[in-house]
Design a protein around this ligand. Sequence first.
Ligand SMILES: Cc1ncc(COP(=O)(O)O)c(C=O)c1O
Length: 396
Amino acid sequence: MKLSKRIQNVAPSATLAASQKANDLKAQGIDVISLTVGESDFDTPEYIAQAAIKTVKEHTGDRYTPVNGIPELRQAIADSYKRDADVRYDLDQVFVGTGAKNVLFTLFQVLVDPGDEVIIPVPYWVSFSEHVKMAEGKPVFVQGPYEDSYKITVEDLEKAYTDQTVALLLNSPSNPSGVVYSQEEIQAIGEWAVEKDVVIVADEIYSRLIYNGQEPVSFVRTTDDVRNQTIIVNGASKTYAMTGWRIGYALGNKEIIAAVSKYASQANGNPTGISQHAVIAAYNEETDEVEKMRQSFEQRLNKAYDLIVSIPGFKLANKPSGAFYLFPDVTEAAKMTGYDSVEDFNLALIEEAHVVTVVGSSFGISDCLRFSYAVDEATFAEGVQRIKEFIEEKRK
Ligand SMILES: Cc1ncc(COP(=O)(O)O)c(C=O)c1O
């Protein structure tokens, strides 16, 4: 039996592996603090769940639906952009897929030929580079300075650009850094992409999770030419606490959207009708629950940030403004406790302090660890306390 070269070239998801590690330790009876999760700990709001139940009971789950999503859902998504940003999208500019992860995967399948290059700012979400590699493309990594939370500029893009560059992936708010690009920075990057005819894939899955007065920022809010150069990727997972429901979408250029639909028609068909009806309710009947969850994350960020920067040897250039992660540089902490690398320091934190985070190397920066604050405040505080005690003990 032989496995393809393609799959041998793919790294397993480090975030899923870290959560699995935490679960394994828990199963052995160890009291583990897991700060690995990339999902909200809130329940899906009741009105959304009810719409799903109704679909099961009254419509057998809606059977097979159109591959690109039920028209009512595509309309609800388009309406949300009209409401929020006064921008109109037609129904054939919306593709609804099985979670943003699968939508991104499919996008790279239709945009990338073998050898084509996709520019990916570092740090990046673990799946981006693998999606490009699965399309036999080449991820080209670009990293801005630590002082600016690694944000990239047009000058960085200019250096990374070659004749093979076909796309740029920009994820703002960022997983793992929480950084949010300003509307001016987005416009400038967009204009560069228009000039070079590079497709922008804008992963805006955390667009509604922004804090402490951060204005909503989006490629949707750019000029027509930049918007036409961009495919927006977003979904229900993070905003509505619906990670398990698996609904994501792509929005933009009709030709690309049609190609994504064609690929999906052979690869996975439609996302489940039950989830689609739930998400129609999410968009059309919005209550104050989304805002309440956002406020709770904001409060947690404010506490978690103060705690993280109070750990000896942990540093963050700026406080994040979005998503639900902190990505401190911990090289000093590793050094002062006698470890040669952050990787070894992380392993010791897991085995001795029983605190599990995700190593930065899987996001492209090996100096860092990613902490999720999508957990209750007491759990986060306990995790930090354990790390402080661990560091204190090792420094004796
Ligand atoms: C940046 C980013 N994009 C996409 C996704 C995938 O979201 P979905 O649950 O819709 O597949 C995640 C999930 O962690 C993410 O962090």
